[in-house]
Design a protein around this ligand. Structure first.
Ligand code: RIB
Ligand code: CA
Length: 310
């Protein structure tokens, strides 16, 4: 039985890989792609989602545009990592299809309220759409089978010393989601920093001579440059497909159930995922937090799925 999923994302180089993995792996049935303001404006992340789907001939998944800025805070982008387009590097043709007219939040609500089957939400951007949907229609909360999100950090952040980008952009939205009671799996930087696109990954991409592997090669080449410039990484971490891969094969990630709070008021710590690793808060556990990754099997899964594209 294929797992039904919605992918909420902000493409974004690594979001593009998440789309390609979620749309083609046989374990998943991707019902919709929803876009959010994050790595770039929601106009740009939406256009990028359409371009990636068009290039990959993913024509059976509706793409819906979502929230243009965080619930309370102003929009903040990551052009230094993803470029002005949000997907700098490869030259992508214009999209072959358009966004659906439904707002992403309304599409999420409709799918969760009216689907006969369980639906899992994969979130690889700021949680603005997810929180807005929960607030607009709280009846969806018990109908969400689970949320697997790329975001947060047990230790050091990547946008501030305290915070990871997806949570930092919209801490208030993250707090709503983390306090919702939905079954949550958080794939933090401790996991995704093990999903490095090393030279052997680039080598495996070059031997395929496919449109999609050439696209990914060019995507990761740009991503490698910005990650080296901004963080000194020798190889770039592809964060977002880790959340999809976990849903496909949970044995790829070791997780620990714990209580996690979201800091929303700290001057220096807003957007921090406060992970109660040792149970010191005595508060009930609300999140399954990943902390290791079998990177070899992750890349086998990612690359094998890319090879299924024409
Ligand atoms: O911190 C990494 C996350 O922020 C990834 O989802 C990346 O795409 C950016 O959105
Ligand atoms: Ca992302």
């Amino acid at each position: 039985m294929r797992l039904k999923a919605i992918l909420d994302c902000d493409p974004g180089h690594d979001d593009a890989l998440a789309i390609l993995l979620a749309a083609h792996h046989p374990a998943l049935e991707l019902l919709a792609i929803t876009t959010v303001s994050g790595n770039q404006s929601v106009e740009k992340t939406s256009l990028n989602a359409l371009k990636v789907c068009s290039l990959a001939h993913i024509f059976d998944v509706p793409v819906a545009k979502g929230m243009p800025q965080p619930l309370i805070r102003s929009a903040r982008y990551a052009a230094e990592i993803h470029g002005e387009s949000g997907l700098d590097g490869p030259a992508l043709p214009d999209p072959l299809f358009s966004l659906v007219p439904t707002h992403a939040v309304d599409l999420m609500i409709d799918l969760f309220l009216h689907s006969a089957d369980d639906i899992t939400l994969i979130a690889t951007g700021p949680l603005t759409n997810v929180a807005a949907a929960m607030r607009k229609e709280p009846a969806i909360i018990p109908r969400i089978a689970g949320i697997t999100l790329m975001g947060g950090a047990i230790g050091i952040g990547n946008t501030t010393p305290a915070s990871e980008f997806n949570i930092w952009v919209d801490p208030e939205a993250a707090a709503i989601v983390f306090e919702s009671g939905c079954p949550l799996t958080m794939i933090p930087l401790e996991v995704t920093h093990k999903a490095l696109a090393t030279p052997s990954v680039f080598q495996r991409l070059t031997t395929a001579h496919k449109t999609i592997t050439t696209f990914v090669y060019e995507l990761l080449t740009f991503f490698a440059d910005t990650y080296h410039t901004n963080f000194g990484f020798a190889a770039p971490p592809v964060h977002d497909p880790c959340a999809v891969a976990y849903l496909i094969d949970p044995t790829l990630v070791t997780t620990k159930l714990m209580h996690v709070d979201i800091e929303t008021t700290g001057t220096w710590t807003a957007g921090r995922t406060v992970c109660d690793l040792y149970g010191q808060s005595t508060l009930p556990s609300n999140v399954n937090v990943g902390y290791t990754l079998d990177s070899g099997r992750f890349w086998d899964l990612m690359l094998d799925t890319l090879m299924t594209y024409d």
